[in-house]
Design a protein around this ligand. Structure first.
Ligand code: NCD
Ligand code: ZN
Length: 346
């Protein structure tokens, strides 16, 4: 039986939500990942020190972590939530204060996706400059949801000029093009040394045909929408060869079943509990298993300068049937059988 061991897997783009949903989904990621970059698009979004610290505590609580009498978190099963602030125009003093507690700021264009209404309305460099300069000086990465409000298939490609503007004006600012879905974004990576990218597992596996080519598949509907076969090929090329500027970020985005299977389906694909199994199957199918470690951990460690604690995840080529649901959430490929499963975690 084939097996493959991954060390310290990292999910560099994850939605953990809050409340009961947080309690359902957080343990599914902490089980097999050493850490995850946690998105700040709560309602209201995470924009203050107090909100960020309180959210981190709720994440630990959802993981069953205890606090001692001095309010110090007792961490056993190691999992690091790398916290992010929702991008706004912050002043330098605030960012200096927060720098040690955050992995990045996450920028959403206003209204472009779930809970992004208070995002950036116009990309006016003069307004954004003080914040971006401070981030650059403090080495705080800028994670970006790169879509315009244009025609849905063109939104990411249209956003490339904004990436170019940001990357050229702030050459020391690390800019991460989140969940890229197009050949245009793949090409953009090569043009600016300070541009990086995350790629989801679902965008490596599906195109728009899988979402809407037959019966409409709400559990595959997400932002950015899956694109054309040639786009998927460009993403596969980056991921399978573990391009050093590319990291795995699941963009696992749970919504309750009633918000997905309805008229007006919420955007988001829930992959957290099946991501590593799917990646093993995919990389194995292309004879590229040796590159998976870089894609799911090593590249992210170099780009973000993080050093996660030890965790070893052993996967085996043994069938795994994806549960029909996790609490109220339906995962991608619910009820289907994947070729690889997780056999052991240390
Ligand atoms: C995400 C969500 O539900 O929070 N949805 C999605 O389709 N990916 C937001 C996002 O990352 O765009
Ligand atoms: Zn996301």
């Amino acid at each position: 039986m084939k097996s493959h061991t991954l060390l310290m897997p990292l999910d560099m783009h994850l939605h953990l939500r809050d409340g009961v949903m947080l309690e359902t989904v957080a343990p599914l990621t902490s089980y097999s990942f050493s850490g995850a970059v946690v998105m700040p698009n709560l309602v209201p979004p995470v924009t203050t020190k107090e909100a960020l610290r309180a959210y981190k505590k709720r994440i630990y609580a959802a993981l069953g972590r205890l606090e001692d009498a001095n309010d110090v978190l007792m961490v056993d099963d190691f999992f690091e939530p790398y916290m992010t602030l929702f991008y706004q125009n912050y002043d330098r003093a605030f960012l200096e204060e927060m720098a040690d507690e955050i992995a990045a700021l996450k920028l959403y264009p206003a209204g472009i996706t779930t809970n992004s209404d208070s995002g950036v309305k116009t990309f006016d460099l003069e307004i954004m400059r003080p914040t971006l300069e401070a981030m650059s000086d403090l080495d705080i990465p800028l994670c970006v949801h790169g879509e315009t409000d244009g025609f849905v298939m063109d939104r990411e490609a249209e956003f490339m000029s904004i990436y170019e503007m940001l990357a050229s004006h702030f050459p020391k600012l690390k800019i991460i093009m989140e969940h890229i879905t197009t050949k245009e974004a793949a090409a953009m990576l090569e043009r600016y040394p300070n541009l990086y990218a995350t790629i989801t597992v679902h965008h490596l596996l599906i195109t728009l045909d899988d979402v809407a080519g037959g019966m409409l598949q709400p559990h595959l509907f997400c932002k950015p929408i899956a694109k054309r076969p040639e786009d998927r090929e460009a993403l596969l090329h980056l991921a399978l060869n573990a391009h050093p500027k590319v990291m795995f970020g699941s963009d696992s985005a749970p919504h309750p079943q009633h918000a997905k299977e309805t008229c007006g389906c919420a955007a988001g694909v829930f992959t957290a509990p099946i991501a590593l199994q799917l990646l093993c199957e995919l990389f194995d199918a292309y004879g590229k298993l040796d590159n998976l470690q870089s894609f799911v951990s090593d590249n992210a460690q170099s780009i973000y300068g993080i050093c996660p604690e030890f965790k070893e995840v052993v996967l085996v080529e043994t069938p795994f049937t994806v549960p029909e649901h996790y609490g109220k959430v339906i995962p991608m490929y619910a009820g289907e059988t994947l070729a690889w499963s997780i056999s052991d975690i240390e």
